[in-house]
Design a protein around this ligand. Structure first.
Ligand code: GLN
Length: 304
């Protein structure tokens, strides 16, 4: 397969879709991104790195951070993590409150906001400064020591983050948040604000494609079975209430973020990152989904 040719042609094919998406506007600092931007990168386990479009431009990874936060925390905390967060798709929007009350403050999965807040609470108890621990993790796994938080985006989200605050306080009332809600939100917003480009993101995802062992840092980030578990949850929950459509069209574990990025993993082979800030109604990158669909359909590569 000529990966470079394939992604160049995909970048051309998705151009008409760029105008159809809308950047997230509930975080004002994200609303300023033009939707007319696209980038895609593929990192392979044999050391290849292919990129097209605006591959040097860093963007806010937002909820893609949840996949890395889960991996990092699962490795440290182990199976006990699953006593506080479930593994089932929610079928609801990523920021939904509705299921929490009748499930006694136990979020359905670690990738909806409520679940990511619980994982962050566990990460704070394990690492202390959980957002800096995540930043170190991503610096090592991308091989790029310069990547950092975007403090303007984190502050913008904090100012408008009433829904996440409500989720945090509700779960605290159910005794599923152990620390303070305010520091929890600060760590969560900072982790989401992290800026990376598609090349860095694709490289950082390689440990998930390599059964938990990173070819970039050489570290065992997850056991083989934990890597399988994280990929499975990405497939079933990583794109929220569009997880069925992503499985159907893309056929890979994916994790999206409202900054317009999507990380996809083909276990045993490669990690793919796409970015285009225009989102569809469910908060996933519209052109990003089109690009991943074309990548797996044309290459014939997927987990199915
Ligand atoms: N920081 C965002 C939020 O909490 C992340 C959401 C996302 O990327 N889906 O709303």
């Amino acid at each position: 397969m000529d990966i470079q040719n394939l992604i160049n042609s995909i970048a051309h094919d998705v151009e008409p879709y760029l105008a159809q998406g809308r950047p997230a506007d509930y975080i004002p600092a994200l609303a300023m991104e033009s939707p007319q931007q696209f980038a895609m990168a593929v990192a392979t386990l044999d050391g290849g790195l292919y990129a097209t479009g605006l591959a040097d431009k860093r963007f806010s990874i937002q909820s893609i951070s949840k996949a890395f936060m889960l991996a990092h925390t699962l490795q440290r905390h182990g199976e006990a993590l699953w006593q506080r967060v479930g593994k089932e798709p929610s079928g609801n929007p990523f920021n939904s409150l509705v299921q929490l009350e009748y499930e006694h403050g136990i979020p359905r999965n670690p990738f909806i906001n409520a679940g990511a807040l619980v994982v962050t609470d566990i990460a704070i108890s394990e690492f202390g400064d959980s957002s800096s621990a995540l930043r170190d993790f991503l610096r090592e796994e991308s091989g790029e020591p310069a990547i950092d938080f975007d403090y303007v985006i984190a502050a913008s989200e904090a100012e408008h983050g009433h829904r996440n605050a409500a989720l945090g306080h509700f779960m605290k009332s159910c005794n599923n948040i152990t620390g303070g809600v305010e520091p929890l939100l600060a760590h969560y917003f900072r982790a989401c604000s992290m800026r990376m480009n598609v090349r860095e993101l694709a490289r950082a995802g390689l440990f998930l494609a390599n059964h938990g062992v990173s070819p970039v840092s050489g570290q065992q980030r997850l056991s083989r079975s934990q890597a399988k578990q994280v990929n499975a949850i990405m497939l079933t929950c990583g794109t929220y209430d569009a997880a069925g459509e992503f499985a159907y069209r893309v056929g890979l574990p994916c994790k999206s973020g409202v900054g317009g990025g999507i990380l996809a993993v083909l276990p045993g082979k490669m990690s793919i990152a796409v970015w285009s800030p225009g989102l569809d109604a469910r908060g996933n990158s519209l052109a990003g989904l089109e690009a991943l669909d074309r990548f797996t359909t044309r290459s014939g590569e997927s987990v199915f």
